[in-house]
Ligand binder design. Structure first.
Ligand code: PMP
Length: 383
């Protein structure tokens, strides 16, 4: 299968995370909400320890961490959970962007049908949205601004710091989808001003199916988010359902490891990027990197190779590289990437774009030789 270069879709679980989870699954099978025996208490201790590990990575209080099944659910709660407050305060305007993950875009659009006003900002060719656009659109009835930190397809980092600073002074909630940056841009997230933040463990070497919604308190009060599902009081009623103790423990360890290793991982990813860019520069193909690289994550390259259909390249190079042309969530439909369309790129550039993403586990020698093979395959596909 060659080298795995689709870390933005899902990163391989760290062995240390896996062994911590196995230990929990073997020995701590109680329900963390069982109050009548030590098995429950033991499970609760594991959950609360993980909550502290998440809180520590993000420099928030542990009472601000709510476990969910991942960013899709966190994003849904962050948006749909505001409906009661929106009705009461008569604030039904949401600002988001055309490059958000579908769990933000489609959720926001679902509210449009119920009479909300949704403004969807477009980035320019750099892949970034502009803070001024938000300032202009803000009005008395603006409920929420929801902007991602790093884009999953291009790796482009959005100006969430500036947006957060501006919104701090406004009576508007700010939600940040930090799925691609959590555990990587650690200091940036610690310093960021926001009300709600979504994360998924499997993007930073934790298990799939677990994540968190961070709700920041203002004057001791949580943002006015309510549950969107019913049936239990777990996670303070914000996310009902039995807490998956093993998964939560895995998320906790992934956070602890990220806190310890993020600088080392970042350096490793930077070196990997240099290797990929060198191979591109040397291969003799005509190509263009999508998105302004000044603002790009160190673990992502989105590149269009002139005259090479991405679908053909991905299929023909399968034995060397596991790459993709965008979000796995949309890969059943062969429509062009909505992110690159929103950036205003032309059709040919979009249909020839592929995304390579790597991480801590990427072997640099293997990367070099397999990217070389990939680009050789591409040469044979130029039309
Ligand atoms: N937001 C972004 C930016 C993502 O990249 C993803 C996953 N591709 C999600 C949200 C959803 O995460 P999950 O599938 O883990 O719920």
């Amino acid at each position: 299968m060659g080298i795995y270069l689709d870390y933005n879709a899902s990163a391989p679980i760290d062995e240390r995370v896996l062994s911590a989870m196995m230990e929990v699954y073997r020995n701590s099978y109680g329900n963390a909400d069982s109050r009548t025996h030590g098995f429950g208490e033991n499970a609760r201790k594991i959950v609360e320890n993980a909550r502290m590990q998440v809180a520590s990575l993000l420099s928030v209080d542990k009472s601000e961490v709510f476990f969910t099944s991942g960013s899709t659910e966190s994003n849904n709660i962050a948006i749909l959970g505001l409906q009661e407050f929106a009705e009461k305060s008569n604030k039904k305007h949401i600002i988001t962007t055309a490059i958000e993950h579908k769990s933000v875009l489609e959720t926001a659009k679902s509210l449009e049908k119920q009479g909300y006003r949704i403004d969807i900002l477009k980035p320019d060719e750099s892949g970034r949205i502009c803070v001024e656009q938000i300032k202009e659109l803000l009005s008395e009835d603006t409920l929420l601004v929801s902007i991602m930190h790093a884009n999953n397809e291009t790796g482009i980092i959005q100006p969430v710091k500036e947006i957060g600073e501006f919104l701090k002074e406004q009576k508007v909630l700010f939600h940040v989808d930090a799925t691609q940056s959590c555990g990587k841009l650690v200091e940036e997230l610690r310093e960021l001003s926001y009300d709600m933040l979504s994360l998924s463990a499997h993007k930073f070497y934790g298990p799939q199916g677990i994540g968190a919604l961070i709700l920041r308190k203002k004057r001791y009060k949580l943002p006015p988010v309510k549950a969107i599902t019913y049936g239990g009081q777990q996670e303070s009623g914000i996310r009902p359902g039995t807490i998956p103790v093993g998964l939560v423990a895995g998320l906790g360890v992934a956070c602890e490891l990220a806190e310890a290793d993020y600088k080392k991982n970042m350096e490793h990813c930077r070196e990997c990027k240099t290797i990929v860019l060198e191979q591109l520069a040397q291969c003799g193909l005509e190509y263009i990197i999508n998105g302004n690289q000044e603002f790009c994550m160190e673990n992502t390259v989105n590149v269009s190779i002139k005259g090479v259909e991405a679908e053909a390249l991905m299929l023909s190079s399968k034995q060397y590289c596991g790459i993709s042309n965008g979000s796995a969530c949309n890969s059943k439909s062969y429509s062009p990437s909505y992110v690159l369309v929103a950036m205003g790129l032309d059709e040919n550039r979009i249909s020839s774009s592929v995304r390579l993403s790597w991480g801590a586990g990427t072997d640099q020698d293997e990367l070099k030789s397999n990217v070389k093979k990939l680009l050789n395959v591409a040469k044979g596909l130029v039309f």
